[in-house]
Design a protein around this ligand. Sequence first.
Ligand SMILES: [Zn+2]
Length: 100
Amino acid sequence: MRASRMSEERWNRLQRVYRRAVSAEYPNPGRKDCPGPEALRDLAERVVLREDLREDPRWKHAIQCGPCYEEYVALRDTCLVRSAGLDVTTPSLPRIKRSA
Ligand SMILES: [Zn+2]
């Protein structure tokens, strides 16, 4: 089932608001305690697969760190585009690692 257009737009708007709030609230210019881009990509992929990340310490960091949240959102969008048209509930599609 595909989410309806309305709820998608509403969700996007909420996300933008949240994103601004995270950046304003947690600017973290020194990138203190950041888990790194690999961790953020892993989180993004798991979000796209609808895994529960609430107990994941890296996730807890990412939603309370402006720069990490920005990176996470960009990575998640990439994952969403890549998985568009695919059934995201399919358990394990082979993952192709591309160099560079
Ligand atoms: Zn961070």
